[in-house]
Design a protein around this ligand. Sequence first.
Ligand code: SF4
Ligand code: SF4
Length: 194
Amino acid sequence: MVQLGFYINQSLCTGCKACSVSCKDKNNLHVGINFRRVYSFEEGNFIQQPSSGIVQNVKAFYFSIACNHCAQPKCTQSCPVGAISKDKDNGVVTIDQEVCQGTQLCVKACPYGAPQYNKKVFKSDKCDFCIDLQEKGEEPVCVSTCPMRAIEYGPIRELRKKYGNVSQIKGMPSDSLTHPNIVITPHRDAKMIQ
Ligand code: SF4
Ligand code: SF4
């Protein structure tokens, strides 16, 4: 199997959310449902110094994430009706909309918040890696939309060879839970403290 994965160069991300919006548009998603989400993280403060005015130690960064098509997906294990499967050729995890019964157990099981419940149709769905576009030789829509070229995709083995093995940044769940197929170049303030 040639497992596919995403690469996120977080240090380039400006938080514009074009990736999220293009994904929403492509998948015709209702308000409140986002297969790709862009999170912001802020910490720090403005500090009044006794004699030298105000200094600040504010840190902020953005992070774009969808489904990580994990090596050990919690979602597939959680589904009582077997609606979620991992493709044996490319490792892409998809939810069969014909089979899904809307129990939302995958929504609760995924540590990354990838499956999204649609109240209008009583089913959950998520990123399918734009496999329809890939079959036509095109890139996933988030990849082609990002103006900063901060998202890439491809065989995870190649992405790791090129960019390393970081798959967890500050604020993210432990990568030991599902072994996500994502490689990240972290923003300087998002690196995990060793
Ligand atoms: S990110 Fe969540 S939904 Fe996607 S494969 Fe991993 S556990 Fe499943
Ligand atoms: S489109 Fe690119 S720069 Fe904009 S939020 Fe998404 S990853 Fe970041």
